[in-house]
Structure formats: C-alpha cells, structure tokens
Design a protein around this ligand. Structure first.
Ligand code: GLU
Length: 508
C-alpha cells in the first residue's frame, strides 16, 4: 500500500455530532494501524453556513477524545493551508481547466430562470427536475449560447457558475472498501455546480482538488456522501488524476435507538442523552446542548462505545483502549448496515472504565466535585471512599450524589425505613449498641461487625430489624455499601455522634 494519508474534513457549521466524531475516530484508527498520517481539513467553502466557534469546538472535541492530528490548521504541515477558505485561489484554475477540456461549462442563469425551468419541467410531468443533459440546452450557458455571447457576458463580469457537463447514459463505477462495487448511471446525475458565483468552489470540487493535492490515500466518510462519490470519480478522471484517485470507504449511518432513521439531536433531547462530545452553546440563541464530557463520561468509554457503532473485532472482547483499537481496527470489519445507538450500552462502558481506575485516580476526579461543593477532604480518605463506592457507580458524580454521608452527616433520613423500623424500643436498643461500640478500641469494619452480631445474639434481635436502623442513622439512606466499612471509614467518633443525633432527631 502506498503511504496512508487520511483526512477528517468537517464543515464548521455547528457542533460536531457523535457521528462526525466516529468518522474522525475511524480515520484515526486506520491511520495508526497502517503507520499513516491523520489530517484535519476545515471545509468552509459555504460561507453562509459558517458558525462561530464551530472550528474550535471540533479541535477541542478531537483533543478530548484523544484523536491526535498530524496535520491541521494548528499543527500545520507541508500540504497547507488546511482551511479551504484560505485556499480560495487554488481552485479556479482547475475549474477553468475542466471548462477548457469540455468537461464543464459556464452557466449564467438567474435564480428566477432556474425556478421557471423547474416549474416548466414539473408541468411536463418530471417529478424532480434537474439541470442536466436534457435541460441544459434550454438554459443560458456556454453550451447553449454563442461563443461571442459567452465572451461578452464574461467580459461584462456577469455572475456565473461553473457546472460539470454530465455525460449521457454512462456507467460510473467505483469500488468502496466497505460496500464493494457501486455502479451509477450518469442519467441519474445532474450537472452539479462546481464553482460558485462568489468565486468559491463548491464542496465537490474543493474536496477532490484538496484530496488530490494533499495526497489523500483513503477517503473514509459517512454514508451520506456516497451519492456524491460517482461525481468525485468523474472529477478525478476529468482532471487527469485517475491513477491517484483515493480509495473510498463509506461508513454506515448512526441510527436512532428506536425506529429507523439517522440519529439526530432531537432523538437525544427526546430520549435524554447527549449527541455531542462536549457542551455546545448555540451562539445565536444561547441554548446549551449537553456534551458527553460534561455529562460525566470518561473519554475512553466514549471512544470505546463509538468504535463499536459500526465496527466489531470479530471476538467477544468489548473493552478496547484507544491503543488496542489502533492495533485491531480494520475496515473490513466495518459493517454495511446502519448502527443503532444504544444509550444503556454507553453507560455500561462508562461503568466498566470507572471500575478499572485505581482508587487514587478516582479520588482525583471526585475531589473536583467535592471542591465545587465546598467539601475539603484528605485525598487518601477520598480514595478509600471511592474504593467502597466504585462498584455501585456509573459516573464519578454518582459517588458524590450517593455518598455524601462520607463527607457530612445526613441531612434527612429515609422515610420508608423510619416508617417501618423506627420506634421507641429501637431507640433504646440503638443507644445500647452505641455504648458497646464506644468501648471498641480498634474500630475496624471486622470488629464493628463482630460487636454488632454478638449484640444481636444477646438481644435476640434479627439483623433485618437493627441493621437498617443503624444504616439510616449513619447515612440517612436505606441502601449502600457495607455499613461496617462505612463506619470504619467515617471513624468511631463520627459514628457515635451520628447515632446520638439520629436518636435525638428522628421522631415518628
Ligand atoms: N465537508 C464534508 C462534511 O462536512 C466532508 C465530506 C467528506 O469527507 O468528503 O462532512
């Protein structure tokens, strides 16, 4: 294989959707697997759709995901500039070359003339009228007008676009690494604009010219671009670059979790999950859309989940670090059919990665949340808390919301436990237990448990009667990790204090 060079080529028209991140990820994995280069090219030829902040958002998202770039608008590289608006001057000569060689033509039609043509065709029974080999002769272009007329219009600087001259009834064949051979008849294709009246190329021309000039070996992109690929194949041929045409791989769509169709922001809002990697603030409305990062996901989990939306390793293994993915990923294990997004699976991945972290790593993450809540605690103490909570948490933030009692006495007590288990007798019993616990010198979980069990035996009380009462006194909750471990961690003084407080505060 010649040198692998792949590109991720987003348009900065808004926040990067997770489908876009997956495209970037597959490009990156393919590059790494094959010792190639990963390029980021910003496709901003459509100035009307440019959205402030979108470019930075793309860069920040890739960085958070651990997708490293070799060449880009910030990393530079010898094929720059990497932003199409800065390459403006590059494209016109290629468009003109196509006109001069008879593969494209100037078209002077106004918006009204285009509308009239469509109306005319609709009346004649054509359901989706196009500017094509049939209609072009009725329009104002350099094929239908005389040479003199064309020259005059060009000299007068009349606005024009350049359109590709789509041949009639020709088969365009392209090989897609994922889909195999794709054959399209040119009668189904229109005379697409390749160069606009504002002096900018359209996506099609800019994309092909840049892929060629940047020596891109493989075009790996979403399935929505498959219909454009035959046009791109023709452009490679007409520009004389057929032997350098990159290989194509069109990735399957990301589908809604329920039903069919492409996963959209609306699905996320409707079903309560993010569709963006990071928070995005709409610069016009100020509306904030939640991102995976801010939603508490670990980048490793997010990436692992995305990798599996359309690809599988062919083995039961599900947990892959990004390095594992770089080693294992191949395009021939990418499926053709759409991949259904599964939010529960996404949470599962996060839980798996959370569990795989050391207690100190978790403690550092939890400290950030504790600080925000004005809690100061020793890192080793926090680490021990994390150790006790990690099997129960999906997100690091759960350790705070479900484990506040490790850092402060309960502010309220579980209603149901109180209703079912609390009475004056139990208060006295709890007080007696407290006295026994107070005598314990080594306040370890094991010793606490022994004292507790001996106490139950002596008093002939069932575990299910006293344990929930002790738990609610110490934590305020009905459930949680081993109560004896909790007591050991918060310590003897705090345990006794909380029992006392509960006895005084809880009324029924
Ligand atoms: N600019 C296109 C996009 O926004 C790139 C498509 C391609 O990769 O060719 O997705």
């Amino acid at each position: 294989m010649s040198k692998v060079r792949v590109r991720f080529a987003p348009s900065p028209t808004g926040p990067l959707h997770i489908g876009g991140v997956r495209t970037a990820l597959y490009n990156y994995l393919f590059a790494k697997k094959n010792g190639g280069k990963m390029i980021l090219r910003i496709e901003d030829t459509d100035q009307k759709r440019y959205v402030d902040g979108a470019e930075q958002y793309i860069l920040d998202s890739l960085e958070w995901c651990g997708i490293h770039l070799d060449e880009s608008i910030i990393h530079g590289g010898k094929y720059g500039p990497y932003r199409q608006s800065q390459r403006k001057e590059i494209y016109r000569p290629y468009a003109e070359q196509l006109v001069n060689n008879g593969f494209a033509y100037y078209a002077f039609d106004t918006a009204e003339e285009l509308t009239l043509m469509r109306e005319r065709m609709k009346k004649a029974g054509v359901t989706s009228p196009q500017y094509n080999s049939v209609t072009r002769s009725t329009m104002k272009n350099s094929l239908s007008l005389s040479d003199d007329e064309v020259k005059k219009r060009l000299n007068n600087e009349e606005p024009y676009v350049i359109r590709i001259k789509m041949p009639r009834n020709q088969e365009v064949k392209l090989f897609d690494v994922i889909r195999g051979w794709v054959v399209v008849n040119t009668n189904k294709m229109d005379d697409k604009v390749i160069f606009k009246s504002d002096g900018m190329p359209t996506y099609h021309l800019a994309n092909v010219v840049d892929d060629y000039l940047m020596k891109i070996s493989h075009v790996i992109r979403g399935e929505e671009w498959l219909p454009s690929a035959p046009l791109h194949v023709l452009l490679y041929e007409y520009l004389g670059w057929k032997s350098q045409q990159p290989q194509f791989a069109h990735l399957p769509l990301l589908l809604k979790p329920d039903g069919n169709g492409k996963l959209s922001k609306r699905d996320g809002d409707r079903l309560g999950f993010p569709v963006f990697p990071l928070n995005w603030k709409n610069p016009e409305t100020g509306e904030i859309s939640l991102g995976y990062k801010e939603g508490g996901y670990l980048p490793e989990a997010f990436i692992n989940m995305l990798a599996f939306l359309g690809w599988n390793p062919g083995t039961p293994q599900e947990i892959f670090s990004i390095d594992d993915l770089c080693e294992t990923f191949t395009l021939d294990r990418v499926g053709k059919s759409g991949a259904k997004f599964d939010f529960d699976k996404t949470k599962w991945f996060n839980q798996q990665y959370l569990r795989s972290k050391s207690k100190l790593e978790l403690a550092e993450m939890l400290q950030v949340i504790l600080k925000k809540n004005d809690i100061s605690a020793e890192i080793n103490y926090v680490a021990n808390v994390c150790q006790q909570l990690k099997e129960r948490a999906t997100f690091i933030k759960d350790m705070w919301s479900e484990g506040k009692y490790y850092f402060q006495p309960p502010k309220s007590y579980d209603d149901k436990v109180i209703r079912k288990k609390w009475d004056n007798d139990i208060k006295d019993i709890l007080n007696e237990l407290k006295i026994e616990l107070a005598e314990l010198v080594d306040f370890s979980a094991e010793n606490i448990e022994t004292v507790f069990k001996l106490f139950l035996e002596k008093k002939k009380i069932k575990m299910g009667v006293l344990l929930p009462v002790l738990r609610v006194s110490l934590t305020g909750l009905a459930m949680g990790p081993s109560l004896f471990n909790i007591a050991e961690l918060i310590g003897k003084k705090e345990t006794l204090f909380r029992i006392d407080t509960a006895i005084q505060k809880i009324r029924k």
